[in-house]
Design a protein around this ligand. Structure first.
Ligand SMILES: [Zn+2]
Length: 411
């Protein structure tokens, strides 16, 4: 419901959105009342590693571990992280790297990538005393894989109960207009791609999704729903679930790509559809990168809902795939009038977020943040206007050509 209501305030939001793409994630309303994390320290070696974080006050925590890849996850109440921009990129000892951020309203999370299997020896918070701030302490000790896995089995039920599942699809509607679901990628703890200057994919694509949302609502022809409207994390399967439960007619996932300089130059937008086998090695790389969102945010992949498993084998998905492909072509046709396209703009790969068997779905990589020209576009309001208009026209084309007759089997 909050998702629909958000659209009413859209004009106000657009101004904020334009600013937010160029800035670090804004401070959330009420954030001043949250505990503040001000510094982190790592000590030790590959036998034993200690992580310490200074906090403005004592908080509760819940810790669990995940395998393949080995991770330790700390769930804590919502915390304002005032840490250096590169905090977590460099690990030490058993910790390869770590991330932190919101996973749901009121809930933050820290995810530690591990070099080796570990046992969580201690995890606690000491209250502030004698002029020292409150401190969160995590002690990890090297263990073997078998012990690590045994521990997970014991923790399993708890870990599943802790899975973020914050979004509620709106109740079924009598509104006959088609429902378009916009899916801004990443969010919260999962920043997506980052530029050296600190621009984050999660903010860029959210600003664009808001623009497109407004544009589609203006037409009056569609209902529009966003899988996230702020800087929180939504698991991939949850995004698919939102679209299916709400009865979406179209699902558009929005992302931005990054290609390290050593791998060459790439520019322009690419439109992806789902396939078992990637159309080329770049498509495989992009799908692998985007599918990592859940790993990054500490989601247990084994605990995914069944509705995204093995559905590629289902013949019922053939029609959906054909609609998805046609829509991708329509998108390429309209988008090339508004923005640069990649030299091969239509590709396919095994994106988890495109796996709804009954909702035509595409994933748009709007451009490369590694390319100066693309990045300038992605951050520009004029480009957003133009490109959202082009996508809206493609959506018009799509629904104009796929009437009830087409759905009855003329394809
Ligand atoms: Zn992405």
């Amino acid at each position: 419901m909050a998702l629909r209501a958000a659209s009413c305030a859209l004009l106000g939001v657009l101004v904020a959105a334009a600013a937010s793409a160029a800035e670090p994630p804004g401070v959330r309303p009420g954030a001043e009342s949250f505990p503040v994390a001000t510094a982190v320290r790592l000590g030790g070696d590959e036998a034993q590693t200690r992580f310490v974080m200074d906090l403005s006050r004592k908080i509760d925590l819940h810790v669990f571990t995940l395998a393949d890849p080995y991770r330790v996850v700390l769930d804590i109440p919502e915390v304002t992280f005032q840490l250096p921009p590169k905090a977590g990129e460099q690990g030490r000892g058993l910790i390869k790297a770590f991330r932190f951020g919101l996973v749901m309203p009121g809930g933050s999370r820290m995810v530690f990538d591990l070099r080796k299997p570990v046992r969580v020896d201690k995890a606690f918070v000491i209250a502030a005393a004698h002029g020292s701030p409150a401190r969160l302490v995590l002690d990890l000790v090297r263990t073997d894989r078998a012990s690590f896995l045994r521990r997970i089995v014991r923790d399993d039920r708890l870990a599943r109960a802790e899975m973020p599942r914050q979004s509620r699809p709106p109740p079924a509607s009598n509104d006959p207009r088609p429902l378009v679901v916009l899916d801004p990628g990443h969010g919260g703890i999962d920043t997506g791609t980052r530029t050296p200057s600190g621009q984050q994919e999660k903010n860029i694509v959210l600003a664009f999704a808001r623009q497109l949302h407004g544009r589609l609502e203006e037409t009056g022809k569609y209902r529009v729903l966003m899988t996230r409207t702020d800087d929180t994390f939504v698991p991939l399967a949850e995004r698919v679930h939102i679209a299916r439960a709400a009865g979406a007619s179209l699902f558009i996932s929005l992302h931005a790509d990054f290609l390290p300089r050593r791998e060459g130059n790439a520019e322009g937008a690419t439109i992806y559809t789902l396939s078992n086998t990637a159309s080329d090695s770049e498509a495989a790389r992009v799908a692998e990168k985007e599918n990592r969102a859940d790993v990054i945010a500490g989601v247990d992949l084994k605990a995914q809902p069944d509705d995204v498993a093995n559905i590629l084998l289902d013949l019922a998905q053939r029609e959906t795939r054909s609609f998805s492909l046609q829509f991708a072509h329509e998108l390429a046709g309209e988008m090339k009038t508004a923005t640069r396209l990649h030299k091969r703009p239509l590709k396919s790969a095994g994106f988890r977020v495109l796996r709804a068997p009954d909702v035509p779905s595409v994933l748009i990589e709007l451009g490369y943040v590694s390319d100066g020209h693309d990045l300038q576009s992605l951050l520009s309001q004029r480009w957003r206007d133009r490109t959202a208009d082009a996508i809206a026209r493609a959506i018009d084309d799509h629904f104009a050509s796929h009437t009830a007759g087409a759905r009855a089997g003329m394809n």
